[in-house]
Write a protein that binds this ligand. Structure first.
Ligand code: A2P
Length: 219
């Protein structure tokens, strides 16, 4: 949970994903800016030295331990659902556990893809993780409400097989592939159907399996 103290004594708190990797000394978060949102309208104006409230105990299901070993890890995200993957694609453990990592990000408009695009571009130059990532990370992005290289929902690209064609990778296979999904409830529900059709079963921390899901937080 992340929030701000308020003059009336009742702090405003919202669930956020930490986007920085687990080894980082700094904590980083990814947020939309809602012009009249109770928290983000204020959060976007904070200055160095301002007070923030941070929950002590992180929770979540998008953890590597909830997946059985595999060769390839897919991370499907929409909107702010990219946030947990921003952390995982910078974590050495991800590359210790998987030979290949594929992250997808779909947004309505092109400018919403900027954060993920820039992060992927900078990753190969990163002094700490760049070498480990090498050619093992693939990125696929699409937009749904404006023109771009790939237009359409991620479910469309999975269902038609166009995703695998575009990233030059074999289609989803429960023997070799593991999946994480993060987006809106509707996106998760529709993507789950396709993942299960490919033969993957849902896992949890105490019962690792082939895919896990998490609802993207509003902020
Ligand atoms: P679309 O523009 O066609 O609704 P949102 O901001 O509403 O969370 O949406 C973020 C992205 O997720 C948008 O590109 C949106 O596409 C897409 N999306 C919304 N619902 C679904 C769904 N059921 N399956 C796949 N993608 C979805």
């Amino acid at each position: 949970m992340l929030g701000l103290p308020m003059p009336d004594g009742k702090p405003i708190l919202r669930a956020y994903s930490v986007t920085s990797p687990s080894w980082d000394e700094e904590l980083e978060f990814f947020s939309i800016k809602v012009p009249d949102g109770p928290l983000t309208s204020r959060l976007q104006k904070i200055k160095s030295g301002d007070e923030l409230i941070l929950g002590k105990k992180p929770t979540g299901t998008l953890v590597l331990d909830a997946l059985t070993p595999g060769k390839r890890l897919y991370m499907f995200s929409t909107g702010t659902g990219f946030a947990p993957f921003a952390s995982l694609i910078r974590d050495p453990e991800t590359y210790e556990k998987f030979e290949e990592v594929i992250v997808t990000h779909t947004c309505r408009e092109l400018d919403e893809l900027q954060y993920s695009q820039q992060m992927i571009e900078n990753l190969s130059q990163d002094p700490l993780i760049g070498e480990l990532v090498g050619g093992r990370l693939k990125y696929f992005s699409s937009t749904t409400r404006c023109d771009s290289k790939y237009v359409g929902r991620i479910t469309h690209f999975i269902e038609t097989g166009l995703l695998y064609e575009h990233i030059d990778t074999p289609a989803l296979n429960p023997k070799s592939d593991r999946v994480m999904i993060c987006g809106s409830n509707e996106m998760i529900a529709d993507t789950k159907v396709l993942i299960e059709k490919a033969g993957l079963t849902e896992g949890a921390n105490n019962r690792p399996a082939e895919y896990v899901i998490e609802k993207a937080f509003a902020g």
